[in-house]
Design a protein around this ligand. Structure first.
Ligand code: GLP
Length: 283
C-alpha cells in the first residue's frame, strides 16, 4: 500500500488526477472504475483541465461507476448519472457508449446487477478503481454488516450514510434508502485501486484502518488491506489522527510506503476547504 499525505484538498485532487492521467496515457483504452461523492469532485475538475489544456485523451477510455441510488431517474439532479455528466463526462471527449453507470430505475434489479458484472467481465475487468470512503468505512454503497456481498447488488443504506449524504438533498427524508452498488468482489478484482479521503470527518476511520492492520466486515474499506496495488491519498486533515512518527506508524502493515508532499508542513496553514478549492470553477 502506498500512502500519500498531501497538504490540502487541492493537492490531493491534483495528485489523484495526475495518477489517473498517467494510467490513461499508459493504456488509452483503460477500464476505469469511478466514484461519486464530494471527494472526487476536485479530481474530476483537474482531469477536465488536463483534457482541455494538455490534451488528455478519453476517446478510448471505458468507465464503470460504482453505484447509483435506487429508485432515481438519471435526469434527477441528485442522481449519480447527473453528477458524472456534470462534473466529468460533459467536459471530456469520452464516447457515451463507453460510459456505464448502474440503472437507478432498473425494473428487474437482480437481472440488471448480473448484467453489470458481466459487462465489467466482458471488458476484461477494471484496470483502475477510484474510491472515496464513507465516515463509517463504506466503499461504493457496501455498508458495514456481518457479511459483505461480493457482486453488484441492491444495498440498503445505513442511517449514518443517509444522514451524511442528506447534505446533497433538501432533507434526510429525501435521500433514497437503497442503491445499486458494485460488491466488494467487483471492487477487489480491480487491478489497481486508489482511495481518496479528505477532511477531519474521515480522520478517525482512516486511522483505524491504517493503524489496526486488520480487516473486518464492520469496516468494508478495511478489505483494501488485502489488495496488493492500493494507493491511498489523504489530505492533512484526513491523516490527522494517523499522523504519527514513521517508527510507530502502520506497524501492522509491513509494506506500507508513506510519501509526504514536499510542501507538507506540520502546523502550517494547510487547511483548504472544498469551496476555496473550487474558486474559479466554471462548470
Ligand atoms: C457516497 C458514495 C461513496 C462515497 C461516499 C463518501 O456514499 N456512494 O462512493 O465514497 O459517499 O462521500 P464524500 O466523498 O462526499 O464524503
Amino acid at each position: 500500500m502506498q500512502i500519500y499525505i498531501e497538504k490540502d484538498y487541492c493537492q490531493l485532487s491534483k495528485r489523484a488526477a495526475r495518477i489517473i492521467a498517467d494510467e490513461i496515457n499508459q493504456k488509452p483504452d483503460i477500464v476505469l472504475g469511478l466514484a461519486t461523492g464530494s471527494t472526487p469532485m476536485g479530481t474530476y475538475k483537474e482531469l477536465v483541465r488536463l483534457h482541455k489544456e494538455e490534451g488528455l485523451d478519453f476517446s478510448q477510455v471505458i468507465t464503470f461507476n460504482l453505484d447509483e441510488y435506487y429508485d432515481i431517474a438519471p435526469s434527477n439532479k441528485q442522481s449519480y448519472h447527473y453528477y458524472m455528466q456534470h462534473h466529468l463526462f460533459d467536459h471530456i471527449n469520452i464516447r457515451p457508449e463507453n460510459i456505464h453507470i448502474p440503472d437507478g430505475k432498473a425494473q428487474d434489479v437482480e437481472k440488471f446487477c448480473i448484467m453489470y458484472d458481466e459487462q465489467i467481465k466482458d471488458h476484461g475487468g477494471i484496470d483502475f478503481q477510484l474510491l472515496g470512503i464513507g465516515e463509517n468505512g463504506h466503499i461504493g454503497f457496501n455498508e458495514p454488516d456481518r457479511e459483505l456481498k461480493v457482486l453488484t447488488h441492491l444495498s440498503k443504506l445505513s442511517k449514518s450514510t443517509i444522514k451524511a449524504n442528506s447534505r446533497f438533498f433538501n432533507s434526510p427524508e429525501d435521500v433514497p434508502d437503497k442503491a445499486i452498488t458494485m460488491g466488494l468482489g467487483s471492487i477487489m478484482r480491480s487491478k489497481k485501486i486508489m482511495l481518496l479521503a479528505s477532511g477531519r470527518s474521515k480522520a478517525s476511520i482512516i486511522a483505524k484502518i491504517l493503524t489496526e492492520g486488520r480487516t473486518t466486515t464492520s469496516i468494508p474499506a478495511s478489505s483494501l488491506l488485502l489488495h496488493n496495488r492500493v494507493t491511498v491519498i489523504l489530505d492533512e486533515e484526513a491523516a490527522s489522527l494517523y499522523n504519527k512518527p514513521a517508527s510507530t506508524r502502520g506497524e501492522n502493515i509491513r509494506d506500507l510506503q508513506i510519501r509526504k508532499n514536499s510542501g507538507y508542513e506540520k502546523g502550517g496553514k494547510n487547511v483548504v476547504t472544498y469551496k476555496e478549492c473550487q474558486s474559479g470553477h466554471t462548470f
